[in-house]
Design a protein around this ligand. Structure first.
Ligand code: NAD
Length: 382
């Protein structure tokens, strides 16, 4: 029996992306899989059902049947508990899972003997680069954040010298110069803004400078990064020092883009209420860390609010604002993951015990196999 791969439609209003685009489905069909996609899976990325049918997928409208019969189920949003209950025991489930925060779901998936891969937990290693959904989507989010800010700002970004006067360039401050931050810097520079940035990882300085932006130097003592290249959490004292140093930069900025995250933890507050109050009325803040708690005091999840004349934009899933490219990139990432574990003989995925799956396979054969998640469950139940 050929393996059955199901692709679910994303029903959340905040999720316009599709997990697989037709080019990805075509690769799976060529490998001998039976691919079934839910009706309307790509509509919000401008992909009609027929485009999936042309490459050999069946279009299915019965979502419950897809959930219950797929050997491999691919989607972006994590399942609701009721949907987890419907999954086929022994199946592989590939999605974002938010495993640090949704232990109940992880337990349920284990009980159902579902082998759950968490997309956001794919290690950020060179071998896994082609599967790295966080990087592909962060690049797009960094771009989208700047476009959003430019549209909200009541000024233009570039220097303009005209007979009607000279307009000075907008000042953009980017906090956190990782994947999203660097793309935000590049986009703001292309639009002609004057850009400065800060990151706690020493390696970020050179990358910021190479994009033609200014790097803000703050002496925080030991900061460093983990082996995986992530920032280490700062102490409260270091964070306070950072906030004091950034106050003047916020005061001068027309746009602040924040992207700072610390792996597996709540995002640090970099811009306090006092700093927002110091900013000019009409300026704009876009907080890309809103999904992990936000970098800005007063930011509201998935909303846009104005405080003292400063516009705080807390929209989630900014990559979803460019869904055609976002779906195409995330589909390539997911296909790379499936192909990495594809066994040509059995024409299915075989989950090996390697570094990549050690990082992102959360449940397996009825057990929670990810050590950090397992120990969290242990701590909350004992
Ligand atoms: P992230 O989304 O976890 O964080 C975004 C940025 O916020 C990071 O650059 C981090 O240093 C920064 N940050 C954290 N606390 C901060 C604070 N208090 N103030 C200012 N900035 C703060 O990280 P990311 O962008 O996904 O990745 C970070 C880095 O990881 C990359 O730049 C890269 O070096 C590495 N990485 C490596 C690979 C790979 O090798 N395949 C893939 C992806 C990322």
């Amino acid at each position: 029996m050929p393996v059955k791969i199901g692709v679910l439609r994303e029903n959340a209003l905040t999720e316009p992306r599709a997990a697989l685009v037709p080019a990805g489905v075509e690769r799976l069909v060529k490998k001998g899989a039976v691919v079934e996609v839910e009706t309307g899976v790509g509509l919000r990325s401008n992909i009609a059902d027929e485009a999936y049918a042309i490459v050999g997928a069946s279009i299915v409208s019965d979502r419950s049947r897809l959930l219950a019969s797929s050997d491999i189920l691919v989607r972006l949003q994590k399942p609701a508990l009721e949907e987890a209950d419907l999954l086929k025991p022994g199946s592989i489930h590939i999605s974002f899972l938010d495993p640090f925060n949704d232990l109940k779901l992880v337990e349920r998936l284990a009980q159902k003997s579902v082998n759950a891969v968490s997309l956001e937990m794919i290690p950020r290693t060179t071998r896994a680069q082609k599967m790295d959904v966080l990087s592909s989507q962060a690049s797009l989010a960094g771009y989208a954040a700047v476009i959003l800010a430019a549209e909200r700002l009541l000024k233009i970004f570039p220097l303009m010298m005209t007979p009607a006067g000279t307009i000075s360039p907008a000042r953009v401050l980017v906090l956190g110069a990782g994947v999203a931050g660097l793309q935000a810097i590049a986009t703001a520079k292309r639009l002609g803004a004057r850009v400065e940035a800060f990151d706690t990882r020493p390696a970020a300085e050179e990358q910021v400078l190479s994009l033609g932006a200014k790097f803000i130097k703050i002496d925080l003592g030991e900061t460093g990064q983990t082996q995986g290249g992530y920032a280490k959490a700062l102490t409260e004292e270091q964070l306070n020092r950072q906030r004091q140093a950034l106050l003047e930069h916020c005061r001068n900025a027309d746009v602040v883009i924040t992207t700072a995250q610390v792996f597996g933890k709540k995002a640090p507050i970099l811009v306090t209420r006092e700093m927002v109050e110091a900013m000019k009325p009409g300026s704009v803040i876009v907080d890309l860390a809103v999904e992990s708690g936000g970098n800005v005091e007063g930011i509201v999840f998935n909303e846009e609010v104005v405080k003292n004349g400063v516009r705080l934009v807390g929209f989630a899933n900014l990559a979803g604002r460019v869904p055609m490219d976002a779906s195409q990139m995330i589909s390539s990432n997911i296909i790379a993951l499936v192909e990495e574990y594809w066994d040509a003989e059995s024409k299915s995925m075989v989950l090996k015990e390697d570094d990549i799956l050690k990082g992102c396979l959360i449940t397996r054969n009825g057990k929670i196999v990810h050590p950090s998640i397992e120990s969290l469950i242990h701590h909350t139940t004992v």
